[in-house]
Design a protein around this ligand. Structure first.
Ligand SMILES: Cc1cc2nc3c(=O)[nH]c(=O)nc-3n(C[C@H](O)[C@H](O)[C@H](O)COP(=O)(O)OP(=O)(O)OC[C@H]3O[C@@H](n4cnc5c(N)ncnc54)[C@H](O)[C@@H]3O)c2cc1C
Length: 313
C-alpha cells in the first residue's frame, strides 16, 4: 500500500499533489493520502473524490497548521508501518520530514526521485545532477521524495463515483515541538509559481545589480508571461529573493522555455534546469558552460540583447 503526504496550505493542495498521485499509480497498489494541518476537512473531502485514492487520513489540530516536520512526524509514524511506500514532494517540507520519518523507521530515504523504474528501483540524480543513478531500495518501507515536475498529472481527475473513506488520526495535542514565529522572504517575486511555470526568465551575476535585474528582466518576463528565476549568486547578491533561486539548493524547474541571462551554467544551477524543454542562453563569454547545454546560444552583451528582445515582442 502507498501513502502519499501532500504539501498544502490548509486551503488548497500544492499543484505537485496531482503529480505525486499519478506517480503513486505506477506501483499498482492501493493509494492512501494523509493530510496534516488545521481545518482540513474540505481538503480531505476534495482528495477523497480523486480517482485511485482509496482512503484519506487526516490529522487536524491547531498546532499542525504549519508544515513543520517536528510537529507532523508523529502523525505519520502512527500509520507508517502499514505501507510499502511513503511518498513526499521533493519540496523543503518533503526534504526535511522524509529523513526524520526514515530515521525513526530505521530505513534509508531515497530523495529527488525522477522516475519509478519498479517497486524498488528509482532513478535519481547524484553529484549535483551530473549523473542519473538507478537506486535499488531493499528496505521494507520505502521513503521517497519525488521531483513532482518529472511526473505528469494528466490522468488524475475528479471521479464523482469515487468516495474514499476519510478517517481521523488521534492527534496528541501536547506534541507541539516547534513553532513558526515569523515567515521571512515571503516577497512575491512574480505571480507565477516557478515550479509550474511554462516559461522562465532567469538571471545571474551578469545582471550586476538588483536595479538591472528588475529593469532588464521584468519587461521581458511580463511580455512572455514568464516567471522570474535566479542563480544562487544573484540571490546572495540581493538581486532577487530567495524564493527565485533555481538549482541544487533551490527549486527544480521544468518549463517549456528557460531563458538563462548572464548565467555561467554551473553544475549546481544546471541541476535545477535539466527538465527544461528548450534553453536559450544569453552570455558574453563564448566559453560559458551554459552554452554546452543551451539549445539556442546568443553570445553578446545582455544589456543590448535583452531590451531589444523585449521591444520585438
Ligand atoms: C553546495 C552548493 C550549492 C549551490 N547551489 C546552487 C543553486 O542551487 N543554484 C545556483 O544557481 N547556484 C548554486 N551554487 C553556486 C554555483 O556554484 C555558482 O556559483 C552559481 O550558479 C553562479 O551563478 P551565476 O551564473 O549567476 O554567476 P557566474 O558564475 O559569476 O556567471 C555570471 C555569467 O554572466 C556572464 N556575464 C557577465 N556580464 C555579462 C553581460 N554584460 N552580458 C552577458 N553575459 C554576461 C559571465 O560571462 C558569466 O558567465 C551552489 C554552490 C555550492 C557550492
Amino acid at each position: 500500500m502507498i501513502l502519499v503526504i501532500p504539501d498544502h496550505n490548509n486551503n488548497s493542495f500544492d499543484i505537485s499533489t496531482f503529480n505525486l498521485l499519478n506517480a503513486a499509480c505506477k506501483f499498482n497498489s492501493d493509494i492512501h493520502v494523509l493530510i496534516i494541518g488545521e481545518n482540513i476537512k474540505d481538503l480531505a473531502y476534495k482528495i477523497s473524490k480523486f480517482r485511485n485514492v482509496s482512503k484519506v487520513f487526516m490529522a487536524d489540530a491547531p498546532h499542525l497548521i504549519d508544515l513543520l516536520p517536528e510537529n507532523h512526524a508523529d502523525n505519520i509514524l502512527k500509520i507508517a508501518n502499514n505501507y510499502t511506500h511513503i511518498i513526499f514532494n521533493d519540496s523543503f517540507y518533503g526534504k526535511s520530514i522524509a529523513p526524520k520519518i526514515a530515521a525513526k523507521l530505521d530505513v534509508a530515504p531515497v530523495s529527488g526521485v525522477m522516475n519509478i523504474i519498479s517497486n524498488d528501483v528509482f532513478a535519481r540524480t547524484m553529484y549535483a545532477g551530473s549523473i542519473i543513478a538507478h537506486v535499488r531500495c531493499l528496505d521494507p518501507i520505502k521513503i521517497l521524495t519525488l521531483r513532482s515536475c518529472s511526473f505528469d498529472n494528466k490522468n488524475i481527475n475528479n471521479d464523482i463515483n469515487n468516495c474514499a473513506d476519510i478517517e481521523n488520526i488521534t492527534v496528541s495535542s501536547d506534541l507541539q515541538l516547534s513553532k513558526l514565529l515569523k515567515e521571512k522572504n515571503r516577497e512575491i517575486s512574480s505571480s507565477i509559481d516557478l515550479t509550474e511555470a511554462k516559461i522562465i526568465v532567469s538571471g545571474g551575476r551578469g545582471l550586476g545589480s538588483k536595479e538591472n535585474f528588475n529593469n532588464i528582466l521584468m519587461p521581458l518576463a511580463k511580455k512572455l508571461g514568464a516567471a522570474i528565476g535566479a542563480t544562487r549568486v544573484a540571490v546572495d547578491e540581493g538581486y532577487a529573493p530567495n524564493s527565485c533561486q533555481i538549482g541544487q539548493t533551490g527549486k527544480i524547474v521544468s518549463p517549456i522555455l528557460y531563458l538563462a541571462i548572464g548565467i555561467s551554467g554551473s553544475m549546481q544551477h544546471l541541476a535545477g534546469i535539466k527538465g527544461s524543454k528548450t534553453i536559450i542562453a544569453i552570455n558574453n563569454d563564448i566559453n560559458a558552460p551554459i552554452f554546452n547545454v543551451a539549445d539556442y546560444c546568443l553570445c553578446g552583451d545582455l544589456f543590448d540583447i535583452v531590451p531589444k528582445l523585449s521591444s520585438y515582442l
